[in-house]
Design a protein around this ligand. Structure first.
Ligand code: C2E
Ligand code: MG
Ligand code: MG
Ligand code: MG
Length: 270
């Protein structure tokens, strides 16, 4: 997009070019400053923490697990996680999250969900990192749920994908859930053969239902079909992004066993 902006600016005269260059330079400087600060905080183990959000049994209303969501003092995850991925800081950051989440599990005693970046999952030694974290913290493997995205499961230019790593992880006794299910590109054929235990329906679907949800809408039919698919494959289904009673009633009525969302609380420190 930046290249395109420059190209267009060139066509529109020198002043515009200077403007775009200054703009790009500023964005680059911010990125480098943030990266440097993130590296320092990670080394010092300061300024980073985990926020937790409950995953709830829709029938009983009980918390069945917590999802750990990384927080940093200087930027939201949507900004600093892609930054860390671009600059090869993600493996280290991910290791910090894993250790911390497994370590804090003793304080709540619930299974903990940890998000895993595609770059971590593509590293064949990732299951060893997980085994180390479990060992070091005494977290039972069955109490760790790794949330992976469909992006991790698409073969890259060299034909590598994470399917073998997923097998190894499940060999450890750890569970694997597919995050933001339905918003990526995994084929149905692929899904049937995947070594996953559950799927999380992306919050875009929940939002698309409307408020109150309209059962006749194409979005509602799609959500019902996705649930049926998960059930047919024997996968646990979690509905994300439940913000109000209307969405809860609707998704519970459809048969979602588990849900998550602002209705029960925003992610917060333990
Ligand atoms: P995600 O794993 O799909 O996490 C759910 C996101 O939805 C969280 O955003 C959460 O705060 C938000 N959310 C929860 N309930 C609701 C709701 O009812 N309504 C709405 N509108 N939003 C809701 P957050 O914490 O900003 O995280 C964004 C993304 O960053 C996560 O999406 C995940 O992909 C990534 N992320 C967060 N922590 C980590 C981490 O430790 N490692 C990796 N690799 N990625 C992480
Ligand atoms: Mg997640
Ligand atoms: Mg999600
Ligand atoms: Mg996600």
């Amino acid at each position: 997009r930046a290249d395109l902006a420059l190209y267009r600016a060139k066509g529109e005269g020198k002043d515009r070019l200077a403007f775009f260059e200054a703009h790009l330079q500023e964005a680059l400087r911010r990125e480098m400053d943030l990266l440097e600060a993130l590296r320092e905080d990670l080394v010092r183990g300061d300024g980073l923490w985990l926020a937790y959000q409950p995953i709830v049994d829709l029938e009983s209303g009980e918390k069945v697990a917590l999802e750990a969501l990384l927080r940093w003092r200087l930027a939201p995850p949507a900004e600093f996680i892609p930054l860390a991925e671009r600059h090869r800081l993600m493996p280290e950051l991910g290791r910090w999250v894993l250790r911390r989440a497994c370590g804090e599990r003793g304080r709540h005693g619930l299974p903990v969900h940890v998000n895993v970046s595609p770059v971590e999952l593509l590293d064949p030694s990732y299951p060893e990192r997980v085994a180390e974290a479990l060992e070091a913290t005494g977290c039972p493997p069955g109490d760790l749920v790794l949330e992976v995205t469909e992006t991790s499961l698409i073969p890259d230019e060299r034909g590598r994908d994470a399917t073998q790593t997923l097998q190894a992880l499940r060999g450890l006794g750890v569970r694997v859930f597919l995050d933001d299910f339905g918003s990526g590109y995994s084929s149905l054929e692929r899904l049937a053969g995947l070594a996953v235990d559950g799927v999380k329906l992306g919050q875009a679907f929940t939002r698309a239902l409307g408020c109150p949800p309209n059962p006749e809408s194409p979005a509602a039919r799609l959500v019902a079909a996705v649930l049926a698919l998960a059930q047919a494959l024997g996968l646990t289904a979690v509905a994300e992004g439940i913000e109000d009673e209307a969405a809860l009633d609707y998704l519970k009525g459809l048969g979602f066993p588990l849900g998550q969302g602002f209705l029960w609380g925003r992610p917060a420190p333990l």
